[in-house]
Write a protein that binds this ligand. Structure first.
Ligand SMILES: Nc1nc2c(c(=O)[nH]1)N[C@H]1C(S)=C(S)[C@@H](COP(=O)(O)O)O[C@H]1N2
Ligand SMILES: [Mo]
Length: 197
């Protein structure tokens, strides 16, 4: 069905069943950053998860590297309508980072070096649905793409995949992050085109 949804006049490369509605395919890897690219040396890098009790779990770069990492091949979808299929990443699953976290909260604010934020529901971060990624295509992640490490939440629009990630703060409400305050959808499912609100 999806193959023919644009009719015979549609561009064939844009009718791939892996392509969410309103998206087009790109082979490039565009850079979309709201500000300058922060440079964080790995010996100064840290990632933390903060809960409602004020408890904070923190990982240094060396500690992150010591955790079990996974190879992830996934499609990514930007709300500006480009999608890139079969991208390959290496990262630590949020399930691993959340293994010792006790919380009754349902929402998270993701914080980046440089000040970017984005809100994500905890259920969208767990069950093998998100990673702290530090390699792309077998190479260390470029600073422009969020290196040394970024969040990867590929089932949501790519603005949720915070580059230069530095921490996750659990919260009671689904408060909007940076783009969400500017009109982007609180959830951001590309398959139901949750673009703006
Ligand atoms: N810290 C930070 N993360 C960010 C952004 C940003 O501006 N700052 N842009 C978001 C948006 S809108 C997109 S589409 C992707 C782009 O990632 P890329 O530059 O690696 O393609 O990063 C997301 N993560
Ligand atoms: Mo984006």
């Amino acid at each position: 069905m999806a193959e023919f949804s644009r009719g015979f006049g549609g561009r064939r490369r844009d009718t791939d069943v892996r392509l969410p509605p309103g998206q087009y395919l790109t082979e490039d890897f565009p850079v979309l950053s709201a500000g300058p690219t922060p440079r964080i040396p790995t010996d100064e890098w840290a990632f933390s998860i903060t809960t409602e009790t004020g408890e904070r779990l923190t990982w240094s770069w060396a500690e992150l590297m010591a955790l079990p990492a996974e190879q992830v091949t996934t499609d990514i979808h930007c709300v500006t309508r480009w999608s890139k299929l079969g991208t390959s990443w290496r990262g630590v699953s949020l399930d691993v980072l959340f293994a010792d976290v006790e919380t009754s909260l349902d929402f998270a604010m993701v914080h980046s070096y440089g000040g970017y934020t984005t809100n994500v529901a905890l259920e969208d971060l767990l069950d093998e649905r998100s990673w702290v990624a530090f390699e792309f295509d077998g190479e260390p992640l470029d600073p422009e793409h969020g290196g040394p490490a970024r969040l990867l939440v590929p089932h949501l629009y790519f603005w949720k995949s915070a580059k230069w990630v530095r921490g996750i703060e659990l919260q009671e409400r689904d408060d909007p992050g940076f783009w969400e305050q500017n009109g982007y959808h609180l959830h951001g499912d590309p398959w139901t085109e949750e673009r703006y609100w």
